[in-house]
Design a protein around this ligand. Structure first.
Ligand code: MN
Length: 457
């Protein structure tokens, strides 16, 4: 695989002008930032754009623009053998067929690695960057933000495989630090009560989803919620206080019969960007990834990109503005999905948000929904939302347990979408598709047929 990274790097070295095309999520933005910075350091000319997906319209435009070289990051694995007129390199981690094995394509799946947790799009891009120059090891922290943005630490509560090697690079380069800590979101910037209220993996029974209950839970443990006039966040707690909270959560889970495996998920490896200031949205990789999502998902990828490239002035300020909007939209989206009610079928369950949730955050909301107490974990969850151009965006999420039993959402969604003239792809545990409006029922039937086959074989 490192051999392939060097091969891909040589295409870059041979080009003068490169156009980067990347995906509109945290992994895509960090991938795009790594690609941009690599080219800047090489003193090449470059340009960059972010897209929701690689559709025919985008590809035809790229062909017309007649770029010397197009670098697809965190997408593109679906078009390796097509569009020969497009001079391209691809650093991606989405599932791909084996005929995608061409010299300009770096993808962990081609090397027997699982792109859902061993390497992200930013990680694949980083491997090429490192092959260009060892000096680019400082970009490893962005690769880890990308991996965390794609929830690649979820399976083992830590990063493994090639991701773990990238973490090592980051530690050696002095840009990353790993800490075993509570895994919940918002350790640095959220008030403690919010950290527990929104705790989802694992849920805290009786506490998650309820503000009053999380306040009571902390008060019972005699944890001060405020320091002078400001709310304390997780990083403000003393070691002993952290231990008290963690053990109370673990006890609570065990006493409610969740078992050791679930309870042990409270703790995991967390990743800190040690050149960033503690207590900011940029210090913890998970929070950094969310900050980036709140830019790209609203068409403001330039903002996230500039923050990745080091801006701590006006772009960061703008990113923080977008973040508060994003948080608000997620809370509303989750509320909306709850009210829509989930429809259960034999092999899937689904909800249709219509125009109620933006298509660019339907995946995040579907994932949050699957992690709520009221949703059945025995079936994959599908969320539908209308897109701006009259199509339907589909997001599907499942548990690791179902994947271990043979579920592969990427294959199921790809095949089902194809049958109704849509496009699909992704990973075994999380996948997406875009389909024509009005075809939802037909699509669900195809998905169910595929999943049935996967779970019996
Ligand atoms: Mn990705």
């Amino acid at each position: 695989m490192l051999q392939r990274a060097s091969e891909v790097a040589s295409y870059l070295l041979d080009s003068k002008d490169v156009h980067i095309v990347t995906h509109i999520d945290a992994d895509g933005i960090t991938a795009g930032a790594i690609a941009s910075e690599t080219l800047r350091r090489l003193k090449k000319r470059y340009s960059i754009e972010c897209v929701k997906q690689l559709d025919e319209v985008t590809l035809q435009r790229l062909i017309r623009e007649d770029h010397e070289l197009v670098w697809f990051t965190d997408l593109g694995s679906g078009i390796t053998t097509q569009y020969p007129e497009l001079r391209k390199i691809i650093t991606d981690h989405h599932e791909c067929p084996l005929e995608s094995d061409v010299p300009f394509h770096l993808n962990p799946h081609l090397f027997g690695r699982d792109g859902s947790f061993e390497l992200s799009g930013a990680g694949a891009t980083y491997l090429v960057s490192r092959a260009v120059s060892e000096k680019n090891r400082d970009l490893s922290s962005l690769a880890i933000v990308g991996a965390i943005g794609d929830l690649q630490d979820r399976r083992f509560c830590e990063l493994r495989g090639l991701n773990a090697e990238i973490v090592k690079d980051g530690v050696e380069a002095g840009v990353l630090q790993t800490v075993r800590d509570i895994r919940y979101f918002g350790k640095e910037t959220r008030p403690l009560t919010k950290l527990l209220q929104y705790a989802s993996d694992p849920l805290i029974p009786g506490v998650s989803g309820r503000e009053d209950a999380s306040v009571a839970f902390l008060q019972e443990l005699q944890i001060e919620l405020k320091q002078k006039d400001s709310w304390r966040s997780w990083v403000d707690l003393r070691k002993e206080e952290k231990r008290r909270v963690i053990s109370a959560i673990v006890q609570m889970l065990l006493s409610k019969g969740f078992g050791y495996q679930v309870a042990s998920r409270v703790l995991g490896e967390t990743y800190l960007l040690c050149r960033e200031e503690e207590g900011t949205e940029l210090h913890d990789a998970k929070e950094f990834a969310t900050l980036l999502n709140s830019t790209a998902r609203y068409g403001q990828y330039e903002v996230g990109l500039q923050v990745c490239l080091g801006d701590r002035g006006k772009w960061l300020k703008e990113a923080l503005n977008l973040l508060s909007g994003h948080r608000h939209n997620l809370v509303e989206g989750l509320q909306f999905a709850r009210e829509e009610k989930i429809q259960k079928r034999t092999y899937v369950q689904y909800f249709h948000a219509g125009d109620g949730i933006r298509d660019t955050i339907i995946g995040i909301v579907t994932n949050m929904m699957l992690n709520t107490e009221e949703v059945d974990k025995g079936l994959p969850l599908i969320g539908f939302a209308h897109t701006e151009n009259g199509e339907v965006k589909v997001s599907a999420r499942a548990t690791q347990h179902l994947v271990d039993r043979g579920l592969d959402l990427a294959t199921a969604l790809t095949r089902a979408a194809q049958e109704i003239h849509g496009v699909g792809g992704g990973h075994n545990i999380a996948a997406g598709a875009t389909i024509p409006k009005g075809k939802e029922e037909e699509f669900l039937q195809c998905v169910e047929r595929e999943i049935k086959l996967q779970l019996v074989s």
